[in-house]
Design a protein. Sequence first.
Length: 127
Amino acid sequence: MPITYNVHSGVQLENDIRFTLEVFPNNPNIKAAGQMITDSDSSAFIYLLEDETEYHYLKFGQEVWPLLVNTLKAVVDPSLQIGEKELTLFGFKEELTMLIFNIEGNDNYGADFSRAVEEAFSEILKA
């Protein structure tokens, strides 16, 4: 059964953005899957992680969306700090960019979610 890890914070040092978890995965073989989906009911973006048998969810709620905007302005994909291990979230910027442009003006994701995304990512959408 997939496990959801909630991202509540991160740090930015120039172009280096690292997200942190309060609860660490206990599976040392977890890796970035390079795909992102949405959970419009929870107003969240979900980056997929995977292990030997299944996907897991790295959930980015609205409290970290300002850092997601900075991530899209950065040069490289962000990373996830898991204890002493750093996991690059490859494909993160490309996937998130595709989603926000797809969500813009698209109420199929839900009107509230679409408006929240348009507002939070307005700087990116106008660029």
